[in-house]
Design a protein around this ligand. Structure first.
Ligand SMILES: Cc1ncc(COP(=O)(O)O)c(C=O)c1O
Length: 380
C-alpha cells in the first residue's frame, strides 16, 4: 500500500462529490444575488438558499426560521457569544465555559473578560467530561450564558448537553453549544437537548470550507443577538454580506446526505475505530487512549505514546494524522485539552489524534495498526 492514508477528518473532510455537483450550477449558471428578487436568477438563488435552510434545520430538528448562515463555526461561535452578550442585563455579567473548548470559543470568552464580564472555565474529568458539580456551583442569578461544546475535536468526548441545559435554564441562563464536531457525526436534536444557540460547520461534514450556520431558538426576536457584520441586512439582519450561495447550497446538501447516511456510517466508523484501538492496545505497551471511558465520537481516537511523536511521525510518512488540534495553526504548545484531562506537558506532546471518515476502509485500519506496531517495536 503506497497511497498516503488520510486520518485527519476532524481537521476537515473532503467535499462529498454529490455536494460538489449540487454546488456547481450556482457558480456559473444560477449566479444571481439572492437579495435581488427582481429577476429570475436572483429569485432562483434565493430559493436555493431557503432549500438549504430547510436541509440544515431538518438535520438538527430545528425550524428553518431558526437557521442563519455564516462563514463557519468560528464566526457562529463569535456571533453567539459576543452578539448575545451585547444584550446581557447589567445584573448578569457572568459567562460559563469549559477548559477544553476550541479556541473559537475561548477567544470570544476572553474578549468578554476584557470587557468586564466574569468568565468561569469549568474543569473536566480525566475523560474530558465537564464536571456538572462545578457547573452547579458556578451557576447563579448573575450568569448570562453557558457555552459548552457538544463534542471535543481532539479526544471526541461528548458532553451531557441536555443535563447542562436543564441546570442552566433553571437559573434563567442561555446555553450555546459549539457543535462543529457533532453535527454529521452523532444525532443532534436541538429540542431534545434544549439548547438556545448551536454552531455547525460545513467542512467538518463533507461540505465546503468557509460556510456554517448558527441555530437560534425561536429566531432573533426570541434571543436578541447583535450582528458582528452590518451592512446589507442579509440573513434577516443578523449577518450582512452577499450570501455565499454555492457554499450554502453545499452545506444544505451535506446535511441532506447526513440525514440519510449518518447512522449507518457512524456505526461503520465506530467498528473500525474500535478494531484499530484493540489492535494497538494489543501491540503497543503503555499506550493510553484518551477519553476512552466516556461517550465519544465514533470516528475519533486520541493516543498517547511513551515514544516521541516526532520520531513516530517521521517513520509513518504515509499516515496523515494530527498532533493535538490541527485547527490551531502551527501551535507549538502542548494541547490545552490533553493537559486539562490530566496529562503532563510531556504526555500531551507525545499524543497523536486519528480521526476516521467516509473514505476509511477496513484495509486502511489493518495497515495503520500494523504500521504503528512495527514502528514502535523498532524504536524500543
Ligand atoms: C470544536 C470546533 N469548533 C470550531 C471549529 C472552527 O470551525 P470553522 O473552521 O468552521 O470555523 C473547529 C474546527 O476547526 C472545531 O473543531
Amino acid at each position: 500500500m503506497n497511497q498516503p492514508i488520510y486520518l485527519d477528518y476532524n481537521a476537515t473532510t473532503p467535499c462529498d462529490p454529490r455536494v460538489v455537483q449540487a454546488m456547481l450550477p450556482y457558480f456559473t449558471e444560477i449566479y444571481g444575488n439572492p437579495a435581488n428578487g427582481l429577476h429570475i436568477l436572483g429569485r432562483k438563488a434565493a430559493q436555493a438558499v431557503e432549500t438549504a435552510r430547510e436541509q440544515v434545520a431538518e438535520l438538527i430538528k430545528a425550524q428553518p426560521s431558526e437557521i442563519f448562515f455564516t462563514s463557519g463555526a468560528t464566526e457562529s461561535n463569535h456571533l453567539a457569544i459576543l452578539g448575545s452578550s451585547e444584550y446581557a442585563p447589567p445584573s448578569r455579567r457572568k459567562i460559563i465555559t469549559c477548559a477544553i473548548e476550541h479556541k473559537a470559543v475561548l477567544a470570544p470568552c476572553k474578549r468578554l473578560e476584557e470587557r468586564g464580564f466574569e468568565v468561569v472555565f469549568l474543569p473536566v474529568d480525566e475523560n474530558g467530561v465537564v464536571r456538572l458539580s462545578a457547573l452547579e456551583k458556578a451557576l447563579d442569578e448573575s450568569t448570562f450564558l453557558v457555552s459548552i461544546q457538544s463534542a471535543n475535536n481532539e479526544i471526541g468526548t461528548i458532553q451531557p448537553i441536555a443535563e447542562i441545559v436543564f441546570m442552566a435554564h433553571s437559573h434563567g441562563v442561555l446555553v450555546h453549544t459549539d457543535a462543529a464536531q457533532a453535527v454529521g457525526k452523532i444525532a443532534v436534536d436541538v429540542n431534545a437537548w434544549g439548547v438556545d444557540l448551536l454552531s455547525p460547520s460545513a467542512h467538518k461534514m463533507y461540505g465546503p470550507k468557509g460556510v456554517g450556520a448558527l441555530y437560534v431558538r425561536g429566531g432573533i426576536r426570541k434571543i436578541p443577538i447583535r450582528p458582528l457584520l452590518e451592512g446589507g441586512g442579509q440573513e434577516r439582519g443578523l449577518r450582512a454580506g452577499t450570501s455565499n450561495v454555492p457554499g450554502i447550497v453545499g452545506l444544505g446538501k451535506a446535511c441532506e446526505i447526513s440525514c440519510s447516511e449518518m447512522s449507518s456510517e457512524s456505526l461503520r466508523l465506530q467498528t473500525l475505530r474500535d478494531e484499530l484501538e484493540k489492535r494497538l492496545l494489543e501491540n503497543i505497551p503503555h499506550l493510553r487512549i484518551n477519553g476512552r471511558f466516556a461517550p465519544r465520537l465514533p470516528n475519533t481516537s486520541s493516543l498517547t505514546f511513551e515514544e516521541d511523536t516526532d520520531v513516530l511521525l517521521l517513520r509513518l510518512p504515509q499516515l496523515m494524522m494530527s498532533t493535538g488540534s490541527a485547527c490551531n495553526t502551527g501551535a507549538p504548545e502542548p494541547s490545552h485539552v490533553l493537559q486539562a484531562i490530566g496529562l503532563t506537558r510531556k504526555q500531551a506532546s507525545s499524543s497523536i489524534r486519528i480521526s476516521l471518515g467516509r473514505l476509511t476502509t477496513a484495509d486502511d485500519i489493518h495497515f495503520v495498526a500494523h504500521q504503528f506496531s512495527s514502528v514502535v517495536s523498532q524504536i524500543e
